[in-house]
Design a protein. Structure first.
Length: 316
């Protein structure tokens, strides 16, 4: 493209070549440049409708496709022989695959890896090929609302994937609320309220509570009002808050007297039967865990289960 814009003789020869295969071009390069991609695509389509795959025709289509790829900023074989050896699927997906391969070699947050000039150029071309608009520079992209929305949404999604459960419960975690409110602000552009205000607004909306109850109908019993629900959840809320501050194997952390009392209250509030004494529970819990692992093999424990603790039920 640079040669065509700077060399008048080059433009004249290129124009004569394209018109010889049935596509009209404007008299000057400046007139043609804004519509170059569309006109070259039309020339290629016109060629394909009437061509036969003889050697001269192959050279013509190579020249057309190479020019079209250059206008679009896409990679393309430099020589005719190299083009003949390149699989067509690789030519079609070259831009996307180039970005994917580069990204696999450069893991980490997008904002960090795109500081690399090569990565930034591949990312821009990938977005442009899909019709997306992107800022011209990395710095402009970093300050764009689109980038802030993408980052905030991704951070929240990654955290939520590891912390499952009802929103009313998981958002009591300060880290979760911080990520959730950051996402909401990035999307709406306005600061999010405090967690307590958000929690109260959920409960004060009768329609929202009715919808929540309907969503879990038949799965678990829920009280008529949100206030009753929150009151009944207080033992579980207190246990989860304590558990977040005391990670590690459940039996180990429950050796703390305060932790055992909170865990026992939580179990009783959820309708489970549990011994009064920690040592009795711990012995049964270890035996059940050992037997379960020997029968089924070690099972991966989800983050939600790790936070709640094993729901071992002891029938008295």
């Amino acid at each position: 493209m640079q040669l065509l814009s700077s060399e008048e003789e080059g433009w004249r020869l290129f124009r004569a070549f394209v018109e010889a295969i049935g596509t009209h071009l404007p008299a000057t390069f400046k007139e043609w440049e804004p519509e170059a991609a569309e006109l070259l695509a039309g020339a290629q389509a016109g060629w394909r409708s009437s061509s036969r795959w003889g050697a001269p025709r192959r050279v013509e289509v190579f020249a057309l496709r190479q020019a079209l790829a250059e206008v679009r900023g896409e990679p393309f074989p430099a020589t005719y022989d190299e083009w003949l050896r390149t699989p067509s699927s690789r030519l079609r997906n070259g831009q996307t695959n180039s970005w994917k391969l580069w990204r696999r070699r450069h893991p980490g947050p997008l904002a960090e890896v795109l500081k690399d000039r090569e990565g930034w150029e591949l990312y821009v071309k990938k977005l442009q090929s899909s019709g997306s608009q992107v800022p011209e520079s990395y710095e402009e992209w970093m300050d764009s609302p689109q980038r802030r929305r993408q980052e905030a949404t991704m951070n929240w999604a990654l955290w939520r994937r590891k912390n499952r459960g009802p929103m009313l419960e998981v958002l009591q975690d300060p880290e979760g609320w911080k990520l959730y409110s950051a996402m909401k602000q990035a999307i709406s552009g306005t600061p999010c309220e405090q967690f307590e205000d958000w929690q109260n607004s959920v409960g004060s909306d009768p329609l929202g509570w009715r919808l929540y109850r309907a969503a879990f109908a038949g799965q678990k019993a829920l009280p008529e009002t949100y206030a009753e629900y929150i009151e009944g959840r207080q033992p579980t809320i207190a246990w989860l808050a304590w558990r977040r501050q005391h990670p590690g194997p459940l039996v180990s952390v429950l050796a703390d007297d305060g932790g055992w009392a909170l865990y026992r209250d939580h179990m009783l509030a959820t309708g489970k039967t549990i011994p009064q004494d920690f040592e009795e529970w711990a012995e049964t819990h270890r035996a059940a865990t050992t037997n379960g692992n020997s029968r089924r093999g070690k099972r991966t424990v989800s983050p939600r289960e790790e936070a709640m603790g094993a729901q071992q039920v002891i029938v008295q």
